[in-house]
Design a protein around this ligand. Structure first.
Ligand code: IVH
Length: 708
């Protein structure tokens, strides 16, 4: 194939795939099978790999991600992103309508829409191509998240039809419930914190550096507002503009209604107050907009919001149900959490069967009795909460809920620490949920990062008797793993059962991946190994500080409490935890077996740094692009005794500025009088130009990076 033929084929495939994407995601009417689609996408990707110069930023292959955003550039909005004034009662809405009718002569129509509960996005198009996607930020300027946004299949990369040459679409990026549940389930398995609601999950996802991961999480988008100069010359109404946008390829909700009377508006609100629970994504209200652009202009804006629109927010839903029984569950740190089993009841779109009761004080505060009628709410949180008891409905002779005195998992008598409401099981070594919890922590991403052991696999290996502690992981073999399978309960971040289960099985690939990942984990740096051991109160930062100071495991084991607590950020409580951990012969045995397995138990010598600590005590912020990776520069700062900081304050000593450093950062540094140094200045400072440990990247590679 000649380059010209490849160009034509790439254009043909791109158009075809974009059309199928539109049919599938916007119209929900696919005209080819998933398999055919994948084949065409694969062919396109192959051609683009063969002819990288023909790769277009609008290519449908961009949807799967791949581009990395190291730092999100701050961009000023051409039109500020305003918010809406909120109302919480029907009276407010009536008042709003009256106010509008008073200041407008003649009929007023309102476009009623769903208020999507996500985060707003500004999509800028030039000649039909998506050129930039920017978050709301502070309304005046936001972050450029284009690379990540391109993975959202309901956002067109290239438009069709008679679109204007320059305009902006405003919309909301949401995470559908299905994607949200899947994401949180995998986070439970990895020991990562759960997202409290789909909005937070969408926000967190959009700010990920790796767009491949963004693509995996399946965000969605709905557009609800067009912005351009002379918009009203093209369209008479907001509704007309949205219908045109739909023709060009935008995802416009079907649930729009132009209403002419108060009754019609309330009908729409009341309908969605109930029906919202059947939507596949969250909405938190209804938006009313004056439909005519001419009338919108006449009404104008306040500093914060348009006077021609208002949001009606739904109330948090609550429902009464029966408290049937209480389970006591053991978290990974031994904390006992009471969980209520409720008579199943429909609330905010899902059936609720359980609610957390927090601790003993909570049970006492409500004087809970079995059979009580309790009020349950579901805000943005995952597990519903009990907010009240209907004492009138309490049955005569109902028994009070008593907090258990023994551990429900291992039978050990519980203890309470002074001044705390929580009860603990003091048997960390052989209480199963605690042991499993520690192993889950050990493999988690920020610790040993053995991701292939996530999603219930630890549970299975423990139940099968293959692992009893973290050191046993390193005696696993392919033969021991292959073929294992079981249905496993899904736990939340505290190790509490969510009531859901998943099937876990070890096929060839899974088993091999685990063996490979374990092998790889042998080179995880010591500071992360120390964190992975799960010593109470020793988080990532503390582990790093201790390793920087004491260098190897023997020094840490042998350090006195005073020595430990004199380390910066390591106080008396942490020092005590460390001493208590290494006082246990079982923990010492685990450490010894991990050492035998080949894990890192000392700071790598090269890093231990014979380098002069010329940057000692200096806080430095690194910003922009350099001839070497930014992480490498940061490592050098630490090697020479300096401290990396992420935001500029009067305490910052230097700003190490590369190309394209954000203008806001520069302005702030200048206003605070903080010296701005170049990469060359930095090398001069540490006294070596030879410090450049990797070759500067060739230009073509940099160009490739910025293309994605
Ligand atoms: S219109 C000039 N329409 O609600 C106002 N906003 O509190 C443009 N939102 O920041 C916004 N659904 O993120 C509009 N159908 C909808 C919306 C909507 C959700 C969000 C949007 C905005 C916030 C205002």
């Amino acid at each position: 194939m000649t380059q010209e033929e490849a160009r034509l084929r790439i254009a043909e495939l791109s158009d075809e795939l974009e059309r199928h994407n539109y049919n599938y995601y916007i119209l929900a009417k696919p005209t080819i099978s998933d398999y055919e689609f994948d084949m065409k996408l694969e062919e396109l990707a192959r051609l683009e790999r063969q002819y990288p110069e023909l790769l277009l930023p609008t290519s449908p292959t961009q949807r799967v991600g791949g581009g990395i955003t190291k730092e999100f550039a701050s961009v000023r909005h051409r039109y500020p992103m305003l918010s809406l004034s909120n109302s919480y009662s029907k009276e407010d809405i009536e008042e709003f309508i009256q106010r509008i009718k008073k200041s407008i002569d003649g009929e007023v129509e309102f476009c009623c829409e769903l208020k999507f509960d996500g985060l707003s996005i500004s999509l800028q198009y030039e000649n039909g191509i998506l050129v930039r996607a920017v978050t709301r930020g502070d309304g005046a300027q936001g972050d450029d998240v284009t690379t990540n946004v391109k993975t959202i299949r309901t956002i067109p990369l290239k438009l069709h039809g008679d679109y204007p040459p320059f305009f902006e679409m405003r919309g909301e990026i949401v995470m559908p419930f299905e994607s949200f549940d899947r994401l949180n389930e995998s986070r439970v398995a990895m020991g990562d914190d759960l997202f409290a609601n789909p909005r937070n999950a969408a926000a967190g996802t959009l700010k990920l550096q790796d767009s491949k991961e963004v693509a995996r999480r399946h965000l969605d988008n709905y557009c609800y507002y067009m912005m351009m100069d002379d918009l009203e010359e093209r369209y008479a109404t907001h509704y007309d503009s949205l219908m045109a946008a739909r023709q060009w390829g935008f995802n416009i909700s079907n649930h729009l209604r132009v209403c002419r009377s108060v009754d019609e508006i309330f009908e729409f609100i009341n309908y969605w107050d109930v029906e919202r629970h059947h939507l596949p994504f969250a909405i938190d209200g209804i938006v009313l907009k004056v439909n005519s652009f001419e009338q919108q202009q006449a009404l104008g804006f306040t500093a914060k919001s348009p006077k021609w629109a208002i949001a009606y927010k739904f109330k948090a839903e609550e429902v009464e149900t029966e408290l049937q029984s209480v389970d006591f569950q053991v978290g990974r740190h031994g904390t006992i959490t009471p969980v209520a089993n409720l008579a199943p009841v429909l609330l905010a779109g899902t059936t609720v069967k359980r609610a957390t009761l927090n601790n003993e004080d909570f049970i006492r505060q409500f004087d809970l009795h079995y059979g009580d009628t309790v009020t349950v709410v579901k805000g943005g949180e995952i597990i519903p909460k009990i907010i009240g008891v209907n004492f009138d409905k309490r049955q005569v002779g109902a028994k009070p809920v008593e907090f258990t005195k023994t551990c429900p998992a291992c039978g050990t008598e519980l203890i309470q620490h002074e001044g705390e409401a929580a009860w603990y099981c003091p048997n960390p070594m052989s209480c199963p949920p605690q042991v499993k919890g520690r192993i889950e922590h050990f493999i988690s991403r920020k610790a040993m990062n053995i991701e292939s052991l996530g999603e219930g696999k630890i549970e299975l290996l423990y139940d099968e008797g293959l692992i009893k502690d973290v050191a046993d992981l390193y005696s696993l073999t392919y033969d021991k793993l292959f073929g294992l399978a079981k249905e496993i309960p899904i736990l939340n971040e505290d190790g509490i059962e969510t009531g859901k289960t998943r099937k876990v099985s070890f096929k060839e690939k899974t088993a091999q991946n685990i063996i490979d990942a374990l092998e790889k984990s042998r080179s995880v740096p010591f500071e992360r190994v120390l964190f992975a051991l799960g010593i109470r109160n020793v988080g990532e930062v503390v582990a790093k500080t201790i390793v920087a100071e004491l260098h190897d495991i023997d020094a840490i084991i042998n350090a006195s409490e005073e020595e430990l607590s004199s380390i910066n950020t390591v106080g008396g409580v942490i020092a005590q935890s460390i001493k208590a951990f290494f006082a246990s012969p079982r923990n010492l045995d685990i450490v010894e077996r991990l050492r035998q397995a080949g894990l890192q138990f000392a700071k790598v010598q090269a890093e231990a740094s014979n380098k002069e600590q010329v940057l000692s005590g200096k806080s430095i912020i690194v910003s922009g692009k350099f001839s070497i990776e930014r992480d490498e520069l940061k490592r050098m700062i630490e090697d020479y005794g300096g401290k990396n900081v992420s935001s500029i304050s009067s305490k910052t000593d230097y700003v190490l500025a590369g190309d394209n450093m954000g203008p806001e950062k520069r302005k702030k540094a200048e206003s605070l009088g903080i010296p701005i140094i170049s990469e060359a200045d930095f090398y001069a400072m540490i006294g070596s130009a030879k410090e450049m440990t990797s070759e500067p990247k060739p230009d073509s590679e940099n160009a490739q990076l910025s293309l994605f």
